[in-house]
Design a binder for this molecule. Structure first.
Ligand code: AMP
Ligand code: GLY
Length: 421
């Protein structure tokens, strides 16, 4: 079969790598891809936020499955356009992707479905939002309502910080994304990411992971897209997983179907778990990055079978068999990230590393310039390894990280510390 993957980050490199393990895959095209992806698959230059362009390209290339990586494509209705053209797609239509693209929509969906989540209020103007913050006191969580590339959430420890966050939403650089604000109670507990495939009706658990969003060791400093992850998440035991399914995932997916906007694709269920009780922090309408890198190195070829079954509405017959293994991804970022960082610094030493089913360097922001591999983004590499236990996965991942010759790169030494130390 012919497969088209949209996106060009570490997540999409991992998806491409897994898809290529499966002998069913005859042809793989990734748009736009990156330097690492270009080493294993065809890449194409199309506007991946233009549904019609994607659908036309896919039809011409006789694509059997479109896998949509980034949320921006989902928000732009690329899945709708592909489905309308008769293509099998992994990724929800725009209406169902609102679980991610509008935080207030997700909260309202939880209310309608009776799913446990943080208590919240929604505001369209700064004045009443500020009054609400004053009345509630700190700590408190302030969220811009729309997509904000991971930068729309402030967990404020003081009222001043919360007020500043409210002002930033209405006047700040987030612009249109911040036209509305959601203010929530702070949830306590341990976070985990739970992935499920949903085909409109059936739900198939697709792995768990924990990621490290902060730039600094010990989970300090500003939020990033994610500096590392590991899978499985020890806290997601059978009991918590079943509660997350029965209390959150099934009722919310049933409510979307009831409204005539069924969800079809990967659902990222961000949970806060306290005393064995999961509560929803957020939904994302896609795989997490770098969580996906951990899932894909563990799943290998079977990832394609499950994603295809999901896209074709056959999840009821699909199975995933998990090995008793663990994976870790350590992100190497350009110095300065998530603030301003340099592009174009050269990365050496990757050619010496042997990729195997146990360790892969997934590329995120990389490019080739005059034959040299250079950094072309904030998060640049996702060094991912598998092991019999998490400790072994960590040893393998950091051994590879230490072999990468990139003085302008930075990374956290403590990925997995909660589970290991
Ligand atoms: P979100 O974009 O909603 O996932 O928020 C980003 C991060 O902010 C989450 O991964 C949590 O670490 C944190 N966060 C969001 N909402 C809450 C909440 N209600 N209580 C505690 N932490 C939160
Ligand atoms: N790693 C968090 C995310 O992809 O949203």
């Amino acid at each position: 079969m012919n497969i088209l993957i949209l996106g060009g980050g570490g997540r999409e490199h991992a998806l491409a790598w897994a898809v290529l393990q499966n002998p069913k895959c005859d042809r793989l095209i990734v748009a736009p891809g990156n330097a690492g992806i270009a080493g294993i698959a065809e890449t194409a230059r199309i506007d991946i936020e233009d549904g019609r362009a994607v659908a036309e390209f896919a039809a011409e290339a006789a694509v059997d499955l479109v896998v949509i990586g980034p949320e921006a494509s989902l928000a732009a209705g690329v899945a709708d356009a592909c489905r309308a053209a008769g293509l099998a797609v992994l990724g929800p239509d725009r209406a169902a992707a609102r679980v991610e693209t509008s935080k207030s929509f997700a909260k309202e969906l939880c209310d309608a479905a009776g799913a446990p989540t943080a208590r919240y209020a929604r505001f369209e103007e700064a004045g009443p939002a500020r009054e609400h913050v004053q009345a509630q006191g700190a700590p408190i969580v302030v969220k811009a309502d729309g997509l904000a590339a991971g930068k729309g959430v402030v967990v404020a420890e003081t009222v001043e910080e919360a007020l500043a966050a409210v002002d930033a939403v209405f006047d700040g650089p987030l612009g249109a994304a911040g036209a509305r604000v959601v203010i929530e109670e702070v949830l306590r507990g341990e976070e985990a990411s739970f992935f499920v495939l949903v085909d409109g009706e059936e739900i198939l658990p697709f792995g768990t992971a924990q990621d490290h969003k902060r730039i600094g060791e010990g989970d300090t400093g500003p939020n990033t897209g994610g500096m590392g992850a590991y899978s499985p998440a020890p806290i997601m035991d059978a009991g918590v997983t079943e509660r997350a399914l029965s209390e959150i995932v099934r009722p919310c997916m049933a409510e979307l179907a009831r409204r005539g906007t069924p969800y079809s694709g990967v659902l990222y269920v961000g949970l806060m778990i306290e005393d064995g009780a999961p509560r929803l922090v957020e939904f994302n309408a896609r795989f997490g990055d770098p969580e996906c890198q951990c899932l894909m190195i563990r799943l290998g070829a079977q990832a394609l079978d499950a994603m295809q079954a999901c896209a074709e509405g056959r999840l009821g017959d699909a199975r995933v068999s998990w090995a008793d293994d663990h994976a870790m991804c350590v992100v190497m970022a350009a110095d300065g990230y998530p603030g301003a960082y340099d592009r174009g610094t050269e990365i050496r030493g990757l050619e010496r590393l042997v990729a195997s089913s146990g360790q892969v360097v997934f590329h995120a922001g990389t490019a080739l310039e005059d034959g040299a591999l250079v950094a072309a983004g904030g998060r640049v590499l996702g060094v991912t390894a598998r092991g019999d236990d998490l400790r072994q996965a960590r040893e393998r991942a950091y051994a590879v990280v230490d072999a990468v010759d990139w003085p302008q790169g930075t990374f956290r030494r403590d990925i997995g510390w909660r589970a290991l130390d």
